[in-house]
Design a protein around this ligand. Structure first.
Ligand SMILES: Cc1cc2nc3c(=O)[nH]c(=O)nc-3n(C[C@H](O)[C@H](O)[C@H](O)COP(=O)(O)O)c2cc1C
Length: 179
């Protein structure tokens, strides 16, 4: 798939089959993630262990429910699981103040790469809650996040299974030209 086609085709997928992605596809996604522009170091932690994915999912849901507002509303939807059953989750962490910006560049590259490989994917900011609360430090260690790093976001990937929780809000992206 051409790069521009993959960029335009990418969308957030929120329902996954249990089948794992291949190591070849995983490595291609990680290469894309490491190839983005970056001002400083960042780290990618690949989580494919089902028990740990469940732990991250459950801690995220708990944090969303405790947070109130949109996050609570979302987490209260019937059948809502914040990691959406994805078999692969990649945490993006860093120690410096450029971390979130770097993570976003890296994440978008991985989302587009996953799309080009025929996989579903989604950018997750919600998982940050799992690492912020009680038990967060132990979870960071369990995920292999380097000491001193903060989790800035995550990317999930897998084979799409339906359209549950598909994005429906209108995209407000405006442009102006000065020529
Ligand atoms: C900063 C940021 C945080 C996001 N966090 C989440 C999240 O925690 N959970 C989720 O399901 N989607 C999350 N998304 C995905 C957006 O909801 C999605 O990109 C948006 O609705 C547009 O839909 P599309 O990706 O299908 O084009 C996030 C996207 C961005 C850029």
């Amino acid at each position: 798939m051409e790069a521009l086609e993959a960029i335009l085709k990418r969308k957030s997928v929120r329902s996954y089959k249990t089948a794992q992605i291949s190591d070849k596809d995983l490595e291609a996604i990680l290469e894309a993630g490491k190839s983005g522009p970056g001002g400083g170091a960042y780290h990618l932690s690949v989580i494919q262990k089902p028990e740990l994915l469940k732990k991250i999912n459950d801690a995220t849901k708990q944090a969303m429910l405790a947070g109130g507002g949109f996050m609570k509303e979302r987490a209260s939807l019937p059948g809502y699981e914040p990691v959406y059953g994805a078999p692969t989750l990649i945490l993006l962490s860093a120690a410096d103040t450029n971390g979130i910006a770097n993570a976003s560049c890296s994440a978008e590259n991985m989302l587009v790469a996953a799309t080009a490989l025929g996989l579903g994917s989604c950018y997750l900011m919600s998982v940050r809650g799992a690492f912020a609360g009680e038990g967060g430090a132990a979870l960071l260690r369990e995920c292999g996040v380097p000491e001193g790093n903060t989790v800035n976001c995550a990317v999930i990937a897998g084979y799409q299974d339906g359209e549950a929780f598909a994005s429906s809000a209108p995209k407000v992206r405006t442009v102006n030209y000065v020529k």
